[in-house]
Design a protein around this ligand. Structure first.
Ligand code: ADP
Ligand code: MG
Length: 258
């Protein structure tokens, strides 16, 4: 690993992920610096979710290597051999990463507050009082303090997604992954979720955001990647990639989304 990559929150080196014959990711490399907001755009089936799932160890890669917060994920190096980590060690590594999905994935039988403190109390073994105090701060941060005792079903999709973000943040991740967090929302609810993500970015959180919201990407991204067919086709400053793309495939995609 280079010196630059050592300080990175995420380094992926020549990652390939296959599903049978299909290369969902083909020789993908990237580096994400602390505090960066990496937006990823690209057509359906281009490998965006697979990339996030590999970074979060929901999928195992076939080739290459990924480091999160300086740690090689999934393996331990012993001499010149690689040993697979145990499930417990993988679970520990996964705590560095928070993930927010298209669908909200809240626990429907728990209140909003219980949803947020569940991980800190059961996984991190934090005292309940401390977890509640922290959850209250997070609820204020996403603008939903008054919903602390509501059940997810009583909330709008946008509110549920803001709670999902608060719940992920309660685990104090080093990195937040967002996989099309606003794609399942009614249009009028998209803005409130993007506003929370914008605040999070401004607070210095390192984020990888898969999104079709090109306006958000243009405003908030430090860097944009365009993927197609499992490969990174183009990357660069948002103005570059979104406004003056070099590659025909990027231009076609942006024209189709706008
Ligand atoms: P995107 O998020 O960009 O829409 P995905 O990462 O979900 O794309 O998928 C990339 C490719 O890998 C697609 O062709 C998809 O059908 C395939 N794929 C994803 N997950 C699986 C899986 N679990 N089994 C088989 N194929 C998969
Ligand atoms: Mg996807």
């Amino acid at each position: 690993m280079s010196a630059a990559a050592k300080d990175a929150i995420v380094t992926a080196a020549n990652v390939t992920k296959r599903f049978g014959e299909l290369r969902a990711l083909n020789d993908v490399s990237l580096t994400i610096a602390p505090g960066a907001v990496q937006c990823i755009i690209g057509p359906s089936g281009s490998g965006k979710s697979t990339l996030l799932r590999c970074i979060n160890q929901l999928e195992k890669i076939d080739q290459g290597a990924i480091w999160v917060d300086g740690e090689l994920i999934g393996y331990r190096i012993k001499g010149d051999e690689l040993h697979e980590l145990s499930d417990a060690e993988i679970a520990r590594q996964r705590l560095a990463t928070g993930m927010v999905f298209q669908r909200f994935n809240l626990f429907n039988h728990m209140t909003v507050l219980e949803n947020i403190i569940e991980g800190p109390v059961t996984v991190l073994k934090r005292p309940r009082q401390e977890a509640v105090a922290e959850a209250e701060k997070l609820l204020a941060r996403v603008g939903l303090s008054e919903k602390r005792n509501s059940y997810p079903i009583e909330l709008s999709g946008g509110q549920q997604q803001r709670i999902a973000i608060a719940r992920a943040l309660a685990m104090k991740p080093k990195l937040m992954l967002f996989d099309e967090p606003t794609s399942a929302l009614d249009p009028e609810l998209v803005g409130e979720v993007l506003a929370v993500m914008r605040d999070l970015a401004a607070s210095g959180m390192t984020m990888i955001v898969v999104t079709h919201e090109l306006g958000f990407a243009r405003e908030v991204a430090s860097d944009v990647i365009f993927m197609d067919k499992g490969e990174i086709v183009e990357r660069g400053h948002p103005q570059q990639v979104l406004v003056a793309p070099q590659q025909a495939r990027t231009r076609d995609f942006i024209a189709a989304v706008l």
